[in-house]
Design a protein around this ligand. Structure first.
Ligand code: ADP
Ligand code: MG
Length: 324
């Protein structure tokens, strides 16, 4: 496959060539051709997933196809951008058409849901890794950045936090989930729902945004650093599923929930005047948007317990739980 040959050509034709409705030219030539709308900024992001680092090697390829695109769509969501085009660079140890078919299904099912066209890529032989580059548009000057949070803003998150990290913690033997809970948390880990519509709706409403890939506190920390502010988060306000709630009182459970990643929910800040609009938005979108804390002067993120005192969070949590 490293060299041009029928097998690479066949593989691309069989699994990765679909009409690219919104591109001037899609898969097949030396470049894809894309037309950017006047008055829009081109938003570009890329993410690589390496076997054993970002996913368990035995993961269902359909889930992997979904996740490879989902994590990129999530970056578009975090900027308030509309995703249109993706490229896919695949490094494969061998050609396994059943595996590729399932991977392509997971990828294209999600791509169709969000009207994203696969317009190109690359295919090489080597240890399994996947790279997706996503491109989209956002009205010039209107993108949601990490740098706009102001002291006094509210901090919000979408959906529920912690299930994906609990699945990883269980899988690695740090936590024991009930049998019935394993499958459900694994779905959160393998099939995150990128909050693309929310991101676009937050343009003009949120002052900053990020998607939660590395962990709630770490990602909120990125907003704080780039905005030159600090933050407090109240543990009791963090929205959790019933499964996560069972583990929130233990040290390892709490660490997974606040420091584990992979939820791909959005964390954003907004002026308190926007509370009603954001509540309306949650009603429209059909999933919760929850206020979990406040932006403060200063720096760093602190997690407050019920007594209002800062809680200790195991800083190594990130190392334990990353690597889903
Ligand atoms: P080149 O030699 O110019 O890099 P390739 O033979 O690698 O071209 O690819 C041929 C065409 O197939 C190009 O349009 C490329 O974008 C596309 N392509 C290659 N691999 C993939 C893939 N995994 N998914 C989608 N398109 C791909
Ligand atoms: Mg190539």
């Amino acid at each position: 496959m490293a060299q041009q040959g029928n097998s690479e050509f066949d593989l691309i034709a069989r699994h990765f060539t679909r009409p690219a409705a919104n591109a001037v030219l899609g898969v097949g030539d030396d470049c894809a051709l894309l037309q950017v709308t006047n008055g829009m900024d081109l938003a570009v992001s890329t993410d690589t997933m390496v076997s054993g680092t970002h996913f368990f090697p035995e993961v269902d390829p359909e889930h992997l196809g979904h996740k490879a695109l989902a994590v990129n769509l999530s970056d578009m969501a975090a900027m308030g951008a509309m995703p249109y085009w993706a490229t896919l660079a695949l490094t494969l140890p061998s050609v396994d058409h059943a595996w590729l078919g399932a991977f392509a299904k997971g990828f294209f099912d999600l791509a169709e849901e969000f009207n994203v066209s696969l317009v190109g890529g690359d295919t090489t032989r080597g240890p399994l890794s996947l790279n997706v580059t996503i491109m989209g548009e956002v009205p010039a000057g209107a993108a949601l950045r990490r740098s706009g949070a102001k002291a006094g803003n509210d901090i919000w998150v979408s959906g529920h936090i912690g299930d994906a990290a609990l699945a990883v913690a269980h899988r690695k033997g740090f936590i024991k989930l009930d049998d019935a809970d394993v499958e459900e948390t694994l779905m959160h880990l393998y099939e995150p729902i990128p909050r693309v519509q929310l991101g676009q709706a937050l343009r003009g409403l949120a002052t900053s945004a990020i998607d939660i890939s590395d962990g709630l506190l770490a990602d909120l920390g990125h907003i704080c650093r780039l905005s030159g502010v600090g933050a407090t988060v109240e543990m009791d306000r963090i929205p959790m599923t019933d499964i996560a709630r069972k583990h929130a009182a233990t040290d390892l459970g709490r660490t997974a929930i606040v420091s584990g990643g992979d939820d791909y929910e959005l964390c954003f800040t907004a002026h308190p005047n926007s509370r009603e609009s954001i509540a309306d938005l949650a009603g429209m979108l059909g999933f919760p948007l929850t206020r979990i804390g406040q932006v403060k002067r200063g720096k760093g993120v602190s997690l407050l317990g019920t007594d209002g005192k800062a809680m200790k969070v195991d800083g190594r949590g990130y190392d334990h739980f990353s690597g889903s």
